[in-house]
Design a protein around this ligand. Structure first.
Ligand code: PLP
Length: 379
């Protein structure tokens, strides 16, 4: 029996049932299913929430990154820096445009890209870095933007796990030339299917991406295709759902924050558990509650036996994935040393204090058992 699911989307959505039904009816009445006013309305709201001038809705988060790179003119011959500790989609988007991902290491405390790694990973072929605001935290955009300016590379932000997060008070996605996000159902702001968006203050880039995502079509002419594009558009049903949910993102993120505080309070005194540290400039939205523990797989099995679901983000770093062995990488000591220990605990809006307590009780019990039987070391 599952007592604490890893993620429960139904809990936070239930109070919105009537509004979501109405949103669906708005779309059927409008009879505009791809693009159209419902999509434009959400794009404007998302640009506003992101603190930038333009948002372009696209098919998913991976496409948003790919289209950003394509819109910047990146392709064969270019290298793009990507943290090895991220979801594979970040690297996949680079390969999709014919560029080469070069994997760089992350900070041992936050597990995020560092300015030092960006600097050390930059070669004469480097055209851009994709900064991933992983687990809901914001990476150090001040220092990374400084390095990028000095070395002349573009900064693209992968904000798929950080909707609503801020760096020094400013929304993630507004620092780089483009910010990309995913509305996959499990993200902090999720649609009822796939969806994504790119935000930027660069009007020309926004126009180019909009064209590329719509068969390279001219924006003012239905039958002219000045660019070779593809099809990656946000549909009106997803946009309508997202417009209903967006006003609640702040309170959902607050619920995640408070559950995460409770985890930190309960777990911080125990040497067997290493929490992911939050850097002072980062206002995290706690997409994931990632800790590091010894004997992770045994601990995970013990939690499951106690009815607690967990995840791993990520068990195999990008550069170790079979399809990606061909790509260059830095010394990845932190990524490699951490991956066997990473464990994501249940965290979602609506998780109760009792559920968090139960997870902590069972986690500490599993770790105690382990210490008693095999001895342990701090990961
Ligand atoms: C989810 C995610 C993506 C990709 O989003 P899709 O919509 O699934 O294509 C990219 N990067 C990160 C860090 C993600 O978590």
């Amino acid at each position: 029996m599952i007592r604490v699911p890893f993620l429960d989307l139904a809990a936070s959505q239930a109070p919105l049932t009537a509004e979501l039904d109405e949103a669906w009816q708005r779309v059927t009445r409008s009879a505009r299913y791809v693009g159209g006013p419902v999509v434009e309305e959400f794009e404007d709201a998302w640009a506003g929430a992101s603190g930038v001038g333009h948002a372009v809705g696209v098919g998913n988060g991976t496409d948003a990154i790919e289209l950003a790179l394509r819109g910047l003119g990146l392709g064969p011959g270019d290298e793009v820096l990507v943290p090895a500790n991220t979801f594979i989609a970040t690297a996949e988007a680079v390969v999709a445009v014919g560029a080469v991902p070069r994997f760089i290491d992350v900070d041992p405390a936050t597990m995020l890209v560092t300015p030092e790694a960006v600097e050390a990973g930059t070669t004469p072929r480097t055209a851009a870095v994709i900064v991933v605001h992983l687990y809901g935290q914001a990476a150090d955009m001040t220092a990374i933007a400084d390095v990028a300016r000095r070395t002349g590379i573009a900064v693209v932000e992968d904000c798929a796990q950080a909707q609503g997060a801020r760096w020094n008070g400013r929304p993630v996605g507004s620092f780089g030339v483009a910010g990309c996000t995913s509305f996959y159902p499990g993200k902090n702001l999720g649609a009822f299917g796939d969806g994504g968006a790119l935000v930027t203050d660069d009007a020309a880039l926004a126009r180019r991406v909009r064209q590329l995502a719509d068969h390279g079509r001219a924006l003012d002419s239905k039958y002219e295709h000045p660019l070779v594009g593809r099809n990656s558009r946000l549909d009106a049903v997803q946009a309508a759902v997202l417009s209903v949910k967006l006003p609640h993102l702040g309170s959902w993120n607050e619920q995640r924050r408070s559950a995460s505080r409770q985890y930190a309070e309960r777990l911080s005194g125990f040497s067997g558990v290493r929490l992911t540290e939050q850097s002072p400039g980062s206002e995290s939205v706690h997409h994931l509650e990632v800790v590091r523990v010894p004997g992770r797989d045994e601990v995970r099995a013990a939690l499951l036996a106690a009815g607690i679901e967990t995840g791993i983000h990520y068990p195999v770093p990008c550069h170790r994935q079979a399809g990606y062995l061909q790509f260059p990488h830095q010394d990845l000591q932190v990524t490699e040393g951490s991956s066997p220990h990473l464990l994501s605990l249940p965290l979602f809006p609506g998780i109760t204090g009792q559920q968090v307590d139960l997870v902590c009780d069972e986690l500490l019990r599993a770790l105690e058992h382990q210490t008693a039987t095999v001895g342990t070391h701090r990961p």
